[in-house]
Write a protein that binds this ligand. Structure first.
Ligand code: ZN
Length: 247
């Protein structure tokens, strides 16, 4: 049976049997997977520090016959992102990122760009503490990668192309923006200024590095937050458990 080595982010672990650990991890080349680390709780040699939550590691694993579970052979530690564990808000945001990823990406769905987003977000969260901005970048990109891109190109009611001028109102059930002839700004239909719409377009369509370099003003943050909240709640159909620690 073939052995694979993948870069992976450790998402979750559970105690399993007497001495084993069940591990959920997101790989760069095979998406989200689950595996058993035999004896990992007894001997820490094979997996020294590399099954810690949120860590970036190189995992060696193979598929167990006839099962969806992988058998983890060994791991090599790459980066632990210690800054994530240094304060409660970073830890909460990282946990929230994991939960949203698990909902959007079923086990085994290959998603290289989602791995890049997780890795990039954890790296940024490790270094700086712009919690609001990192949350917005992550939510927008993760939803887009998961198939729920916000339609910012035209009015979702009359179809008129949005030329990048004037305000627009977000419509939750359509997952897009409406012109102010078709929609009115309200709490359930929050308004977005032209520069905010432009910023959202950039976040949705550019790679992580470019999106991260974007300068989000306080006004943009203020406008985008309620839109993402409504969008995620509607598309996911539930409120994320970890969201309550963030709000
Ligand atoms: Zn319209």
């Amino acid at each position: 049976m073939a052995t694979h080595i993948s870069d992976a982010i450790i998402m979750r672990t559970w105690e399993f049997g007497e001495t084993d650990l069940l591990v959920s991890f997101f790989t760069s080349d095979r998406g989200r997977l689950k595996g058993v680390a035999k004896g990992a709780r007894k001997s820490r040699k094979r997996f020294a520090n590399c099954l810690d939550l949120f860590s970036l590691v190189k995992l060696e694993y193979e598929l167990k016959r006839g099962r969806e579970l992988y058998f983890l052979h060994s791991g090599k530690f790459v980066h632990a992102f210690p800054g994530i564990r240094s304060d409660f808000s970073s830890l909460s945001l990282a946990s929230y990122m994991i939960e949203l990823t698990e909902i959007l990406f079923p086990v085994g769905v290959v998603a290289k760009r989602m791995f890049e987003l997780l890795n990039g977000s954890f790296s940024a969260l490790d270094e700086d503490k712009k919690i609001d901005k990192l949350r917005i970048l992550f939510e927008t990109k993760a939803m887009a990668l998961g198939g729920y891109r916000i339609n910012l190109d035209k009015c979702c009611d009359c179809g008129r192309p949005y030329a990048g001028e004037g305000r627009a109102a977000f419509k939750q059930s359509k997952g897009g923006i409406a012109c102010l002839k078709c929609g009115q700004e309200s709490k359930l239909s929050p308004g977005l200024g032209p520069s905010t719409v432009k910023a959202l377009r950039v976040i949705q369509s550019t790679p992580w590095g470019k999106a991260q370099a974007l300068d989000l003003t306080n006004e943009m943050v203020h406008e985008i937050k309620p839109v993402l909240k409504l969008h995620i709640e509607y598309r996911i159909g539930q409120r994320l458990k970890t969201a309550e620690y963030l709000d």
